[in-house]
Design a binder for this molecule. Sequence first.
Ligand code: URA
Length: 430
Amino acid sequence: MNFAEIIEKKKRGGVLEYEELKYAIDGYVSGEVADYQMSALLMAIFINGMEDSEIFAMADVMRHSGDELDLSVINGVCVDKHSTGGMGDTTTLIVAPTVASLGLKFAKMSGRGLGVTGGTIDKLESIRGFKTTLSGDDFIKQINDIGVAVIEQSTNLCPADKKLYALRDVTGTVDSIPLIAASIMSKKLVSGSDYIFLDVKCGNGAFMKDISSALKLAVKMKTIGESAGKNVEFVVSDMNEPLSDYIGNAVEVYGALEVLSGKKCKLYELSRHISAKLLSMAKNIKFGDALKEVDGVIERGEAKAKFFEFIEAQGGIIENENELLCDSVDVMASATGYVKSINCNKLGRIVCDMGGGRLKKGDVIDAKVGLKILKRVGDQVRIGETIAKLFYSKSSQKRFAQDVQNCYSITDKPTEKLKLLIDTRDCRYL
Ligand code: URA
């Protein structure tokens, strides 16, 4: 087989066979295939798409590119969740300790930032000392001991996704349904949980801009999971404004701690939904009862205590929550009226440009920079009122405040607030 022929075939819209995808992906993992060759193939896939047979094959080859974890040695029911990525999407840091304090075992493999969206692994690494790679044995031991562990792909675990993910991040090949489906589901199958909940984002700050594409992606991932014998459910959630009140890395950990301390906001609403869904799937209880259990562990501080146990188990230290924040400058409203829309993607771009994300492969990120969102779509504002805060680590970054202001569009007409959970029952996706 010849890599150039595989690129050529995909470029012309051909359907790749399992063996061709295996040759390409295994070659890339072993180093025989260069970045520039794989970039060309990814772009051909991005442009021409993939048949279901190719997506399934790609997920399977990626899943088998390293070791697979056997969670049968874990005492208890293992659950996992994954989001397709958005701005201020920190649900893992809340769902993980919440479901673990309710007796489930949370076993997750996450990724770094992708495009302008943040990644759980970068957020966790913003915590002093936190280790994002564990051996398979240590991963399993930690889950047995404290009920929760979150790791990144490694040279042993899903190495194909680790390498492809980093390459897609800097080659404009992220927002592709087949590539996202194969990437997410390969990790979910390697990390071995039987119950998986997927949060598929939709909106101007998500890879899927409309509901039908979000639903199409959700159904593809569910089918891959179910054909591997997993229980998979999903929600489509809004990403036309940031989920958390914070966007960045360390600041998002701060935002997650606010929710674990009882703050009621959109991040709480979605984390509560995902936690309760996992609980009702894994324990076969009614969703309403699961919601009450979730609220209980957050109100009693048990989920927050579990968060610190999890951080410490992976070497992380947070002595004082304020150490996660740095200096900030206010961003003012440019007019009086109502927030009509927020350019969520642009907000993510600003955080990236400040150093909070990667512009090229291997860039080291500035974990401290970020934003706090004080006004959301539908909120009333007065000219000069603070609508956001910009966290900076170098005073030259203060200039980005103007760009943040430009992300807000303000109208004099009252505007509806955005619904977080999108009802997809009547949507068409095929
Ligand atoms: N999250 C992933 O893990 N992979 C993608 O491709 C997109 C989001």
